[in-house]
Design a protein around this ligand. Structure first.
Ligand code: NAP
Length: 257
């Protein structure tokens, strides 16, 4: 069924990353518009009660893709995500016609380096932003920090590492600095401390090879709400300002749950 508020789409692909992390794709209504970094509201019907439960999910796919892609964790004891994780190709899923959220690069003016700091599934909006050509054209450097607990949770690592092999992005690919943080086991080449600690100590900047600077840096935070809050405090303590409507600053944030 399709209404003024939502359309009924179909799951076209499900990709498990670990026992509790998976991505899925759906068909996309031709009229569905979003700005990379925004989230969709998706609805899943409970077959027993026939009730629909809605949740917000950041869109991981590009604005020009014909499909929509989402990245999810199975929340232990969570009815919605466990139901979602059981969906298979061909199953229906509802997508609200409106897209939401302000984790978008149009919140910023000027700036030369775009820093994208993600924990867990908070990576999703940055994948969409990274697939926007304008992002690569507009910034001199793109810094993507992905923090996960274990190596197996480094979802999309291959895709992120393959921009230089892409026909479309190869010319820009040297702009990307990809930092992996794996907090609960040693992984060669990855950092081990939490992103907040790495920010506070200056080790993140050292590792990236760029300084956080009011003129140059525009910073986006997405993921664990405590990480977002603690990083926001750290950065506002260093004089970075959160962007507001009509008042562009240095920071854009999204709590992932
Ligand atoms: P997570 O616990 O958020 O950890 C992901 C990464 O973020 C890890 O490297 C972790 O480091 C780091 N981290 C956690 N808290 C931090 C903080 N305060 N400051 C800096 N870094 C921090 O893992 P997740 O797999 O994304 O999610 C874990 C659980 O959160 C899920 O199992 C689920 O219960 C819940 N969750 C719920 C939703 C929802 O929609 N309700 C969505 C996502 C996740 P450490 O290893 O040091 O902790």
């Amino acid at each position: 069924m399709t209404t003024d508020k939502y359309t009924t789409e179909t799951i076209t692909d499900v990709r498990p990353w670990t026992d509790s992390l998976f991505s899925f794709r759906t068909t996309r209504d031709r009229g569905y518009r979003f700005v990379p970094g925004q989230f969709a509201r998706i609805g899943v019907r409970d077959p027993h009660t026939d009730e629909t439960v809605w949740r917000a999910y950041s869109i991981a796919s590009a604005s020009y893709d014909e499909h929509l892609e989402f990245f999810s964790v199975v929340v232990p004891g969570g009815a919605f995500t466990s139901r979602l994780s059981r969906l298979r190709e061909g199953d229906p899923i509802l997508v609200e016609r409106r897209s939401y959220g302000f984790l978008t690069t149009d919140r910023f003016e000027s700036g030369r380096d775009l820093w994208m700091l993600a924990t867990g599934t908070g990576l999703a909006p940055f994948l969409s932003i990274l697939h926007e050509f304008e992002t690569w054209e507009r910034y001199e450097n793109l810094v993507l920090v992905q923090s996960v607990r274990t190596q197996s949770e480094l979802a999309y690592e291959e895709l992120i590492g393959s921009f230089d092999k892409s026909e479309y992005y190869a010319a820009f690919a040297q702009k990307l600095r990809y930092v992996r943080i794996v907090t609960r086991e040693p992984v060669p080449g990855a950092l081990r401390d939490r992103v907040t600690k790495l920010l506070a100590s200056g080790v993140l900047e050292e590792n990236v090879g760029l300084k956080l600077d009011h003129d140059r840096s525009r910073i986006m935070l997405c993921g664990n709400p405590e990480m977002v809050e603690d990083s926001r405090k750290l950065l506002t303590g260093r004089g970075f300002r959160v962007s507001r409507r009509g008042d562009p600053g240095h920071l854009a944030v999204e709590n992932y749950w």
